[in-house]
Ligand binder design. Structure first.
Ligand SMILES: [Zn+2]
Length: 107
């Protein structure tokens, strides 16, 4: 079972207390963008096998949204952080690289 620590209330919450919000750090395209960019933004999501950054909501806890870095194949969690963070924090990147030396943010 997936367990994530809510960065706001500090509770170690199992997945039944959480609601998924899909991909984190999504680049948004709105009015004025090309049709291809807007279509990709709306409908195209990577099906990542490995390290993935996701949005989660502590639905049956504090109710706040947060972000998590985890491995989709092993469910290993590298860390959680505030949903207002525009890019993964350095300590999360270091945690991932210490366990996955071949990983880079672009992969
Ligand atoms: Zn919480």
């Amino acid at each position: 079972m997936l367990t994530l620590k809510c960065p706001y209330c500090g509770v170690q919450a199992c997945e039944t207390e959480l609601s998924p919000g899909y991909e984190a750090h999504l680049k948004r395209f709105g009015p004025g963008s090309s049709d291809d960019d807007f279509e990709t933004y709306l409908f195209t999501r990577p099906n990542v096998k490995g390290v993935h950054f996701e949005r989660w909501r502590h639905a049956y806890g504090c109710g706040k949204w947060f972000l998590a870095a985890r491995c989709t194949t092993t469910l290993e969690v590298f860390g959680t952080y505030s949903a207002q963070t525009p890019a993964p924090p350095a300590e999360i990147i270091e945690a991932i690289k210490s366990k996955r030396p071949d990983w880079s943010p672009e992969t």
